[in-house]
Design a protein around this ligand. Structure first.
Ligand code: 13P
Ligand code: SF4
Length: 310
């Protein structure tokens, strides 16, 4: 897939990763925002929904998860008998840290009839307090699956919740969380990019502010964006999400042009992993992501309810 300029060191590292991957019966999963060199070595790249399905279905013994902590935790919850490794344990998600289990329990007590829908960008402990999870790819379908008339507490992304609620025709009670990376994309950035590229298709992530999603031709998960740019007849795209995805889009669609909606949309947490750390993770079995079994069992129910939907 995506490449960094190859040199002797990289070739040695790639050969080492391949040997260790075979010896350990491992699979390497990478999110669409990871560095090109990481996507290049991965067995599979995708969005949070694609990756959780892969993690649940793989028969590998070890999953090297190149993404952020909540994604690796989701893999560990769905595949408790497998070893899940996060190559760099600093890979967190600030939005996931905007809600904790205790404050969610308090909110539930204030809204005793509410169904708690939790975005997968959350900790295992928060998922364990939830009725059902969703991702950016299936939030609308998840909301549509909820019994009409029940209030919905949507945690933690206020922007995804409000956007999906509008499409599903459901009023939601939003948690005040957000993604700092996507919040840096401004409506004025999109307007300027459109003025410079009037024929471009504007694709943005639902974690963007509402005034940004309103301007878009498509509001899509990262996996949906990858598929849309491959299928669309347009030759220029303005991309309103984390910049790592553009690298992959350019490699996979050589005749098309990709313009970032904002150069500020970089998630530092997604950039910690690299080839050296993947090799080290496989060699030294670190860092193992573990979820306490009682929490994992409750979180698994919320995740499995989501996976049953679509
Ligand atoms: P996707 O599930 O669309 O890949 O989004 C994950 C994420 O963290 C976006 O910031
Ligand atoms: Fe979290 Fe935002 Fe980074 Fe996605 S881009 S991992 S939501 S901080």
């Amino acid at each position: 897939m995506t490449q960094r300029a190859s040199n002797g060191n990289d070739d040695q590292l790639l050969a080492k990763i391949d040997r260790l991957r075979r010896e350990r019966r491992a699979v390497i999963l990478a999110h669409n925002y990871q560095l090109g060199e990481v996507q290049q070595v991965a067995d599979f790249c995708g969005d949070s929904l694609d990756l959780s399905r892969k993690a649940a279905a793989t028969d590998a013994e070890v999953i090297v998860f190149c993404g952020v902590h909540f994604m690796a935790e989701t893999a560990a919850i769905l595949s408790p008998q497998k070893t899940v490794l996060l190559p760099d344990p600093r890979s967190g998600c600030p939005m996931a840290d905007m809600v904790d289990a205790e404050s969610l329990r308090r909110a539930r007590a204030e809204h005793p009839d509410a169904v708690v829908v939790t975005y997968v960008n959350s900790t295992a402990a928060v998922k364990a307090e939830s009725d059902i999870c969703c991702t950016s790819a299936n939030a609308v379908q998840v909301l549509e699956s909820i019994e009409p008339g029940r209030p919905v507490l949507f945690v933690p992304d206020q922007y995804l919740g409000t956007h999906a609620g509008r499409l599903a025709g459901r009023e939601i009670i939003p948690w005040p969380g957000y993604c700092p990376t996507h919040r840096r994309i401004r409506a004025a950035d999109v307007q300027q990019a459109r003025a410079a590229h009037p024929c471009a298709e504007v694709l943005v992530h639902p974690e963007c502010r509402p005034e940004v999603t309103e301007l878009a031709d498509g509001v899509l998960s990262t996996g949906q964006m990858i598929r849309r740019v491959a299928q669309s007849d347009a030759d220029t795209f303005i991309i309103g999400t984390e910049l790592g995805i553009i690298h992959r889009m350019r490699v996979e669609n050589p005749g098309k042009h990709f313009v970032p909606a904002s150069e500020q949309a970089i998630c530092p947490n997604m950039k910690w992993n690299n080839l050296e750390k993947i090799a080290r993770a496989l060699e030294s079995n670190e860092t193992v992501v573990r979820v306490e079994p009682e929490i994992a069992a409750r979180a698994r129910r919320a995740l499995e309810r989501m996976l049953e939907i679509k």
